[in-house]
Write a protein that binds this ligand. Structure first.
Ligand code: ZN
Length: 655
């Protein structure tokens, strides 16, 4: 696998034509030295921005060069200056957002069925009118791309194509191609499917174009999310950059979710956050240092390189405070990265994702809840689609809304027969007709009409809960009918379904203390919950949901690799370095706090003391030490006690 530079900056430069003297303060050596001093080894610089301006001296489109750009070849000078310091400099090109082109070429705009254009209005600030990559626009984009390839030649490190998202389009070109292909243009799902086809074709074609000039540069297409939507075109990418600014629209949960999927695609990955207090375009703000540490260290803990987004001010000079902040984080990052890169994530479970492949920002609550809960339980897991080698994982987790086909039902039966373990919730594992795999030993009687259900804490599944207490599950579950499965947890119904006529108190009708019925079934290695437990956890995170899932893993005999007695806010990620005969446990104890109405804030590291970690790893561990500090730890009862974790600690376990 080709490795990416590990400490990157993505230098935005969307610059208005109403600002004078653009790039006037650019000093090549000062620029590159600032970057180098901040321990950065790759910086993505701009050829063309969302305003539509070019930042190099284009011969083909001189009128598109930023009109107030003092140094007509800023991009090339940035590349050369960075190279002199041994820093890579891939090139940024916008794809679907270009305000200048959108104005000049209305025939290039993505159109809705009523003929109006997609994206933002021209009367509002912003460049969010999207261009269609099935129009003549692509020729313009290719001309620019080719010109940069020729201009930079051997100095070209790569391309970052931005804003390459699945956007249904009914422009004249798309409409006529759909008609030629017999696609019903009134069927929204077919139009969306076609948009994905067009986008995948564009990526493949663009990669071939770049390859005709340079066969080893990096190529990435950004859609703000990597997931099942990326899979069908992944051969057009050299690597994956996971744009996920936790203080922006993504939040803190998006990164681990997308990361656990992306790392299964067989290419190196870089996580991308920002130096901004909020997100892109927030020029005059600095992210809290502890937050930036956490975001970068979390990338490293999953084996990824890091990229920090910045925006160069129009004058062309880097802000010293920004590079002081980045440098402080990257210096520490650099000391730790050899315990993460290269490495193989050590995994024991896979969450099979119900995420759609034809949309980027449509992440099901079940996957969000599962990611949150499994990280709290220190389960070492990936997220994957049906096409993955799922059989290599000892445990499959089929979340609440994972509808499967009959081939997969048979595949699950075979997996269980060979000793595989399955944890399923609600409709997870059902086909479209509501049938589970035979190995579940259960049928669904459809959704329970009267709900919520109240789980009665009895038996080994309820370990750690209050004996015989009734625990509500707020979301509607399935009526389970066991055939060969045994009931390991039961529930009771409320007096009646809450309605306008029949209701009791503020929230829901309480338990009628009546007959119990099955809520969780076990059939050998398979455990099936009637409720969408992961969606419930996403909604309001009841602790009893987490305890039940944890106990369920135990009672089907799943022997997890890691258990710890640290707080639930701590994460542990195990990375294997086989040649070095070591497994490194990356432990993080930063706590995002909802201090504001809009975003989570991390202001300081959280120090945690005397955490005992027990492990059950595929290798016999001979010694343990905290690195890079080199503090030896005693191994006792297949475990260690880490005296202190100040935000981040790595424990190297040698075998
Ligand atoms: Zn179109």
């Amino acid at each position: 696998m080709k490795r990416l530079p590990s400490r990157q900056v993505h230098l935005d430069f969307h610059t208005s034509e109403f600002i004078p003297y653009v790039g006037a303060s650019f000093d090549p050596d000062k620029f590159a030295k600032t970057v180098s001093d901040a321990c950065v080894n790759s910086m993505t610089v701009f050829a063309r921005c969302h305003h539509g301006w070019l930042y190099y001296d284009s011969e083909k489109y001189p009128e598109a060069v930023h009109p107030n750009l003092i140094n007509r070849d800023l991009m090339t000078e940035q590349v050369r200056a960075l190279h002199r310091y041994g820093i890579k400099a891939p090139i940024y090109l916008t794809v679907q957002w270009d305000r200048r082109a959108a104005y000049a070429h209305p025939e290039w705009l993505i159109r809705r069925a009523d003929g109006s254009h997609e994206g933002g209005s021209f009367s509002e600030p912003g460049f969010y009118q999207s261009l269609c990559v099935n129009t003549g626009y692509v020729d313009y984009l290719k001309d620019i791309t080719k010109e940069i390839c020729m201009k930079l030649g051997d100095e070209l490190d790569g391309f970052f194509f931005d804003i390459v998202g699945i956007r249904p389009c009914l422009c004249q070109r798309c409409r006529s191609e759909m008609q030629e292909r017999g696609i019903d243009t009134s069927d929204n799902s077919k139009v969306r499917e076609f948009a994905k086809f067009v986008l995948d074709r564009f990526k493949k074609d663009m990669t071939e174009t770049v390859r005709s000039y340079k066969d080893d540069c990096t190529i990435f297409y950004n859609a703000g999310h990597v997931g099942p939507c990326t899979y069908s075109s992944s051969s057009a990418f050299t690597h994956f950059e996971l744009e996920s600014l936790p203080s922006g629209q993504w939040g803190y949960l998006h990164f681990p979710l997308t990361a656990r999927y992306a790392r299964g695609l067989g290419k190196d990955c870089v996580g991308m956050t920002g130096k901004f207090h909020t997100e892109w375009g927030d020029f005059h703000s600095l992210k809290n240092s502890a937050a930036l540490e956490f975001e970068c260290f979390r990338m490293l803990s999953l084996g990824f390189a890091a990229s920090i987004g910045d925006q160069l001010e129009p004058c062309g000079a880097l802000n010293p405070a920004t590079y002081k902040l980045i440098g402080n984080v990257y210096k520490e990052f650099a000391q730790r990265e050899k315990w993460a890169r290269p490495s193989v994530p050590l995994t024991e479970a896979v969450v099979i994702t119900p995420e759609r492949s034809d949309a980027e920002f449509n992440i099901p609550d079940s996957i969000m809840g599962a990611t949150q809960m499994l990280e709290e339980l220190a389960i070492q897991f990936d997220i994957a689609g049906f096409e993955a080698d799922l059989e290599r994982y000892p445990l499959w987790i089929l979340p609440d809304d994972l509808i499967v086909d009959d081939n997969f039902r048979k595949r699950a039966d075979k997996y269980v027969e060979r000793g595989g373990k399955v944890l399923a919730c609600a409709r997870g594992g059902q086909n479209a007709c509501g049938r589970y795999p035979d190995s579940f030993g259960a049928l669904s009687g459809g959704k329970r009409d009267i709900y919520p259900d109240f789980l009665v804490a009895e038996g080994e599944l309820s370990e750690g809960l209050e004996e015989e207490n009734e625990y509500v599950i707020y979301l509607q579950g399935e009526a389970l009918i066991p055939s060969s499965a045994q009931t390991v947890l039961s529930a009771r119904a409320p007096y009646f379904k809450r309605s306008g006529e029949h209701f009791c108190s503020h929230r829901y009708t309480p338990s009628a203390k009546g007959e119990k019925y099955p809520a969780v079934l076990k059939n050998g290695n398979v455990i099936l919950f009637s409720h969408p437990i992961f969606c419930q956890y996403r909604s309001n995170a009841p602790l009893w949901c987490k305890k039940l899932i944890s106990n369920a893993m135990d009672i089907i005999g799943f022997e997890r690799m890691i258990r710890h007695d640290g707080p639930s806010t701590m994460t542990i990620s195990a990375l294997l370095q086989p040649e070095l005969r070591r497994i490194n446990l990356h432990m993080l104890t930063y706590i995002p706090v909802r201090k504001s109405a809009s975003i989570d804030i991390i202001e300081e590291r959280t120090t945690v003391r005397n955490v005992t970690v027990r492990f059950n790893l595929p290798e016999k561990i001979l010694s343990a030490r905290i690195v890079p500090e080199d503090i030896p730890l005693e191994i006792k009862d297949s475990g260690i006690t880490v005296p202190q974790i100040d935000g981040y600690a790595i424990v190297e376990l040698s075998f």
